[in-house]
Design a protein around this ligand. Structure first.
Ligand code: XUL
Length: 433
């Protein structure tokens, strides 16, 4: 059996598959807002007095991990049957650790909690997350120092982005020089959790590493110039980069003693939620493209070569199964549909009928506009999808599925999964274990 863990914005989830292509035999989840109310989050995140800043709490994540594993044992899951574990983290979130981190991980005590032991390892109590938009100045500074955003995009796969880790790191180094000096290691949400499971500080994988504005896509290594521009002494604070399929070792005795894992359980590097979803949606080989129709729409697909978006709108991340993946976010997504539905006084059923109608209706006009823009903005990827896999709330609508099929000129397949990131992580674990 193989375990995929997923620390997303709102929850920490676990999913077990039985055999490499086997069925899902367990799904469990800890919801941050509901199950850990003492962190006072809204849907798992924390706003500061500065409206553009959005944080989460790494101690909440580790408390959730302990809770989740205890719940699995209580649910009767025999964790000694797990051969390998991998995981998924919300992308871009950075965790700032002091010099105690390595020593603490090497000596984790199973009679204490992770929270109790890791609390003194943070050089910054909170972690800025992907919803944070407070780094306009830092993005401009990085782009200027490197000779423009075209160059940032050419090297790292994205223009300097507000939510990406590099600009966030620069802001922290500028604003809190003392805490910056005490920071020995910076992890992503993904590599932080993989390190805890492995009982030692492990690499950042190419999938999530590409979401930092620090990794050179062509070399798969930190780009020395951007790293030097981003913050003083940053090169020494970054873990190494490694392929997502790397096995980092076996599980820390903390987990085998406390929850009954086999001490030989392999830990595979974690990756970001989008790279993991690419695997979970069965789209890690070129051909299948994914459109996720949630509050915002995202389009992602595997790419063999690191093509970048000349308009600076899309992103390139590592594909955990090798090569690259592209991703574009469209913020308005289903919100625009909901607004039009309410303006016209329609139910979702009527909205769907209008969407599928042969006549020009305002609903068809909106959807045509949305998906034509999606086609145009994804032209740089040079994709010729044989199938488009759709997921998320909007994928329930036959009218939306028809619109996508017509505009992209490819068959559309609806995938019913709410846990594609955890599933992708479990599948990745099954490939090595
Ligand atoms: C991708 C992004 C989000 C987060 C959500 O660039 O910011 O999809 O990964 O967890």
């Amino acid at each position: 059996m193989h375990l995929g863990l997923d620390c997303s914005t709102q929850s920490f989830s676990a999913l077990i598959i039985d055999g490499p292509d086997g069925p899902i035999v367990y799904e469990g989840s800890v919801n941050f807002e509901r199950d850990l109310p003492h962190y006072q989050t809204t849907s798992g995140f924390i706003h500061s007095d500065e409206p553009a800043e959005v944080f989460s709490d790494p101690l909440m994540w580790v408390e959730a991990l302990d809770l989740l594993l205890a719940q699995m044992v209580k649910d009767g899951i025999d964790l000694s049957a797990i051969e390998a574990i991998s995981g998924s983290g919300q992308q871009h979130a950075t965790v700032y650790l002091n010099q105690q981190f390595d020593r603490t991980l090497a000596n984790l005590q199973s009679h204490l909690t992770l929270k109790e032991q890791l609390a003194s390892c943070l050089s910054r109590p909170l972690s800025p997350i992907w919803m944070d938009t407070s780094t306009t100045t830092e993005c401009a500074e990085i782009a200027k120092a490197l000779g423009g955003n075209d160059e940032v995009c050419r090297r790292t796969g994205s223009v300097a982005e507000l939510r990406f880790s590099g600009p966030q790191i620069r802001k922290f180094a500028k604003q809190s020089p003392d805490a910056w000096k005490l920071t020995k290691t910076i992890h992503l949400n993904s590599s932080f959790h993989a390190s805890i499971l492995a009982g030692k500080s492990v690499s950042i994988d190419h999938g999530d590493g590409a979401g930092m504005n620090l990794m050179n896509l062509e070399t798969g290594k930190w780009d020395p110039e951007i790293v030097a521009i981003t913050a003083p002494d940053l090169a020494r604070k970054l873990p190494s980069l490694a392929p997502s399929s790397s096995v980092t070792g076996t599980i820390s005795p903390y987990f085998s003693q406390k929850y009954g894992f086999n001490p030989q359980t392999k830990i595979v590097l974690w990756s970001g939620d989008n790279p993991n979803s690419l695997v979970g949606m069965g789209a890690a080989t070129p051909g299948n493209m994914v459109i996720s129709l949630g509050t915002s729409y995202t389009l992602f697909a595997a790419m063999e070569k690191p093509l970048t978006d000349p308009n600076g709108f899309g992103h390139v991340f590592g594909n955990p199964l090798g090569g690259f993946m592209s991703l574009i976010c469209f913020n308005e997504g289903s919100l625009a549909c909901e607004k039009l539905k309410d303006e016209l006084g329609l139910t979702w059923e009527e909205f769907d009928k209008w969407a599928a109608s042969d006549k020009a209706t305002p609903v068809r006009e909106l959807l045509d506009r949305q998906f034509t823009a999606m086609l145009e903005k994804s032209a740089w990827m040079h994709l010729n999808p044989t199938t488009i896999r759709v997921t998320g709330g909007g994928s329930q609508s036959a009218g939306i599925r028809q619109t996508i099929s017509r505009i992209f000129n490819a068959p559309v397949q609806q995938i019913q999964t709410t846990s594609s990131a955890a599933l992708g992580a479990a599948i990745r674990a099954s490939k090595v274990g």
